[in-house]
Design a protein around this ligand. Sequence first.
Ligand code: 13P
Ligand code: SF4
Length: 347
Amino acid sequence: MNPIADLLSADAIYESLKAGMGAYTPDFELRYKAQLAAEINKLKKERNAVILGHNYMEPALFHTVPDFVGDSLYLSRVAAETDADIIVFCGVEFMAETAKILNPTKTVLIPSQKAGCSLAEGITAADVRKLKAQFPGVPVVTYVNTYADVKAETDICCTSGNAVAVVESLDSDMVIFLPDMYLAQNVARETGKTIIFPEQDGTVNGKADVIGWNARCIVHDKFTVEDIEAIRADHPDVKILAHPECRPEVVDASDFSGSTSQMIRFVEETDMPEYLLLTECSMGDNIMAANPEKNMLRLCSVRCPHMNQIQLQDTLDALRYTQYEVTVPEEIRVKAARSVQRMIEIG
Ligand code: 13P
Ligand code: SF4
């Protein structure tokens, strides 16, 4: 629970933003954002709303209005337990949709309709049906970064925080793991399994323990081993953390790999001269604002254009105008809910 999320005074919010971000953010910007945050916190109370914020939100939003912040797994858990009437999801569409899948009677809002995800857009329900027809009876694991109709075709969901545990929980030598190509390769390696990918038309020629798919995250796809070598040449003591949506060779060349919250925890619990996160760059800013003594190297060009759609003004408008409401057809929701619930139960 974030204590700033209850503050109604713009001055008090400004003071807290200044303490974390004052060294590198102009004062008028902090005052403007504090004012927006105070209006959001007031409206949130009046409407019995809860705001969930993903770790990739920009620092002024991340450190003010969300009642809960975290990775996809944690936010799914919080969404499953909230008793608020309205859930405002400061994250991307598949995350808000997951909250709706778990809360059919609540109003779930996403502050921008442009917050998609290249992984979720990389696979359709028809693609999953085609794979299932080729491998009848083989359990299907899908990353939560998918839309509800894909989750509905699935036996169990996973996130980057529990993918290995989910695969290991299945009593099956073979598994279909969708849709992130690199996450599937990273999980296959960690569980000692072989992996194969379908042809362009979805046909799988051959057999392996894991049947993957070819979607990739446009953000994590950008990092290369050459980037890591160049950074280590200039910063020999740097600790490099890679999200498991990065290529396997990038994960190999890094010092740690984990979900967004696992990466944050690693930085907070260790004491290294410098850190570099191979993930959406707002996370480094968020860590610095909360831990000014941490020295974070930054790759500012690597922003998720989808996460970046969600700003304080959009969040205020979401509460003011009850926009944009997330809906999922009931027949799909019921099936998708089984896969999400099963994941939550595993941990
Ligand atoms: P986490 O589940 O690690 O928060 O990641 C979500 C995501 O979209 C990463 O790009
Ligand atoms: Fe999707 Fe990648 Fe953005 Fe995460 S960072 S929301 S996986 S596009």
